[in-house]
Design a protein around this ligand. Structure first.
Ligand code: CA
Length: 200
């Protein structure tokens, strides 16, 4: 998690915050007031900055260990500049805590809050061998095939088949990585391993 300093400039984008207040039931059932979130440190230069900073702290506190942004449950005048600054601070504080670098409410793969172990396909860059870099939609299949050890089997007629490890097999494919034909070839390698990979 990374914390950035509050940016007062985003108070100027308060129009977006007002829309959020209007559409998400901000005015309504309530068990807290703005007074509950009074600034806990020396007052910044202006009331708007103080409201923003207070909102930031309240937002981070309300987020706790959560992984998705939340909305403040307080009653306030949604046209008041101080309220808008406070809500702006709330959203910015949560975005910073979550690592949602562009503040769009979602942590995407290229953002600092992304955890490759638990998000998306659960694969981290270091888990993806070079042979699978262009795998696209069949990435997981490719990673599975390339993870396999060398294996072989003896046919009923006595002939012997020995396959190299999965990475070598994928590298040796004639098809161009990323094409449907290549995906079909991966499927074939996978099927062959499932059929023969545990026999000796
Ligand atoms: Ca984002």
């Amino acid at each position: 998690m990374r914390r950035r300093l509050p940016r007062l400039a985003s108070v100027l984008t308060a129009g977006a915050a007002a829309l959020m207040l209007g559409t998400l039931g901000f005015i309504g059932s309530s068990d807290a007031t703005l007074a509950d979130y009074a600034p806990q440190q020396a007052a910044p230069a202006s009331p708007l900055a103080a409201a923003y900073d207070s909102g930031w702290q309240a937002g981070v506190k309300a987020l706790g260990d959560g992984t998705a942004p939340t909305f403040p449950n307080v009653t306030a005048d949604s046209t008041d500049p101080g309220t808008l600054a406070w809500v702006d601070g709330w959203a910015a504080g949560q975005a910073a805590a979550l690592g949602d670098d562009n503040g769009d409410g979602r942590v995407d793969e290229d953002e600092s809050g992304w955890d490759c172990r638990t998000m998306g396909n659960g694969l981290c860059g270091s888990d993806v061998p070079a042979e699978c870099e262009r795998a696209g939609e069949v990435l997981q299949l490719c990673v599975a095939v390339t993870s396999r050890p060398p294996y072989g089997w003896t046919n009923p007629d006595g002939s012997r088949v020995d396959n190299p490890d999965g990475r070598t097999q994928v590298r040796d494919l004639d098809e161009t990585p990323g094409t449907p034909e290549w995906a079909d070839a991966l499927q074939a390698l996978d099927a062959e391993y499932r059929e023969h990979g545990t026999r000796r």
